[in-house]
Design a protein around this ligand. Structure first.
Ligand SMILES: NC(=O)c1ccc[n+]([C@@H]2O[C@H](COP(=O)([O-])OP(=O)(O)OC[C@H]3O[C@@H](n4cnc5c(N)ncnc54)[C@H](OP(=O)(O)O)[C@@H]3O)[C@@H](O)[C@H]2O)c1
Length: 211
């Protein structure tokens, strides 16, 4: 049986999945500080720390279980080129996916194999092709649309997302990359699946239905 197609992101309370892009040095520091606030719930989690080689130990409560469950259900990922470009600089040599990853891009590039089971494939013929390849690679497991905002929105508007989870962080950005900017609201209906709260963050899960 084919798995689900889902995304799972951290979002600021005012709807942003990344701070505004900044280039010069003080602004780059501000970007990083805001990014850390957005992700403040995930950095202490044991599973996340192990996967990103951030060090031993960490928290083991429900937040940690959610990180682990999200990883374990994922048989392949799809991401946009901007997320890949940032990750290429930030991920450890053993990239944290351990599955095939399909990068939707205009750039032509040979597959990039990392130690530990992650291979990045660069897909130039659109989101449906990337998803087909990811489904094939994932087998019975789910496909995660990893991000960023632009790529997730393309999949939402194409009616290709079955379910999504948002870790709603207690932070306000004011500007940045808004997750649902440009959503085809006439097409998408949501059904609440689950809401779970921890002291750090609120996890919201929805099934996506066509109107
Ligand atoms: N909050 C979270 O949990 C979370 C999760 C993931 C990412 N993020 C953040 O999201 C940000 C990146 O998101 P983003 O919205 O700026 O960009 P993105 O979705 O990562 O990438 C967009 C780029 O992907 C390529 N692309 C997308 N669709 C395509 C298509 N149909 N055909 C060909 N190429 C296509 C294009 O790049 P080219 O034209 O250059 O190929 C496009 O400019 C980062 O700041 C990242 O940190 C946040």
């Amino acid at each position: 049986m084919a798995g689900k197609v889902f995304f799972s992101v951290s979002m600021s309370l005012d709807g942003f999945v990344a701070p505004e892009e900044r280039t010069d040095e003080p602004d780059a520091q501000r970007w990083t500080a805001q990014w850390r606030e957005l992700q403040q719930w995930i950095f202490p989690q044991r599973y996340f720390r192990e996967n990103l080689k951030l060090g031993e130990g960490g928290e083991e409560g429900r937040d940690n279980d959610i990180v682990r469950e999200t990883f374990e259900r994922t048989g392949a990922s799809v991401m946009g080129k901007r997320m890949f470009d940032l990750g290429e600089q930030a991920w450890p040599e053993e990239a944290p996916f351990h599955t095939p990853v399909f990068v939707v891009t205009h750039e032509k590039r040979d597959p990039w194999e990392r130690p530990g089971g992650t291979t990045f494939h660069f897909v130039n013929d659109g989101i449906e092709s990337a998803l087909d390849q990811a489904r094939e690679a994932a087998g019975d497991l789910d496909v995660r649309i990893s991000g960023g905002g632009a790529t997730i929105l393309e999949y939402v508007n194409a009616g290709l997302i079955d379910e999504f989870s948002i870790a709603l962080s207690p932070v306000l950005f004011g500007t940045g990359i808004r997750l649902f900017e440009g959503v085809d609201a006439d097409r998408i209906a949501l059904e609440p699946v689950r809401a779970e709260s921890s002291p750090r963050v609120t996890h919201l899960t929805y099934a996506v239905r066509e109107r």
